[in-house]
Unconditional design. Structure first.
Length: 201
């Protein structure tokens, strides 16, 4: 009797996993990219573009979102090259934690080949100031409202956050002559990242 129950339970789990796998494989995330990039553009005050995105599912890695060719446009006063470009972002979510505990346990985030330009104009303005201005909290908001917003953040734990082959270009036009410094092939890894707890680098 117990053996039949176990066999039945295993069949149910396999069918559920198979159904979820079919759903994820056939779900077209690219259909929603225009709405997502439009919202991101409004939040950052810059045009955001994504070439393609999709989901994969495996027992070993869980649910993995793959996002390709992400770009944030530059302030028009600082040139035409992108402010930020990322070749790929891979984000893995634990399937078991999502199904059994309803927790968003991110197994890994890998940012592959990010390229960022930090530019200071001759007047001393930086090219990222517009993004800071667009995303900073409303100054008119009450302190209690800000505390409530922080408390409402979901419990999020990222087992591994990794940057591969990062490139940073710093251009300083406020000095004479203008200076340009490039830092290439930057790799970094953070483990057990949390919104509220300390983490290791």
């Amino acid at each position: 009797m117990l053996r039949k129950i176990l066999i039945g339970f295993c069949l149910i789990v396999m069918l559920a996993f198979g159904g979820l796998a079919v759903f994820i494989q056939t779900f077209d995330l690219n259909r929603y990219l225009p709405q997502l990039t439009e919202q991101a553009s409004k939040i950052l005050g810059r045009k955001v573009t994504v070439e393609r995105a999709g989901f994969n599912l495996s027992l070993a890695r869980g649910i993995v979102a793959d996002i390709a060719a992400i770009s944030i446009a530059e302030d028009e006063n600082f040139g035409k090259e992108p402010f930020l470009h990322i070749d790929h972002i891979h984000c893995g979510v634990s399937l078991m934690a999502l199904l059994t505990k309803r927790q968003l346990a991110v197994t890994s985030i890998v940012i592959d080949s990010p390229k960022i330009r930090v530019v200071r104009s001759a007047q001393g303005d930086f090219n990222y100031e517009g993004i800071i201005e667009a995303t900073k909290p409303d100054a008119a908001a009450k302190p209690q409202e800000n505390k409530d917003a922080v408390a409402a953040l979901p419990m999020l734990l990222v087992n591994s956050f990794e940057i591969l082959n990062g490139n940073i270009t710093v251009i300083d036009g406020a000095v004479n002559p203008p200076m340009q410094v490039a830092v290439q092939s930057v790799d970094a890894k953070v483990t057990n990242f949390s919104l509220t707890d300390p983490f290791k680098v």
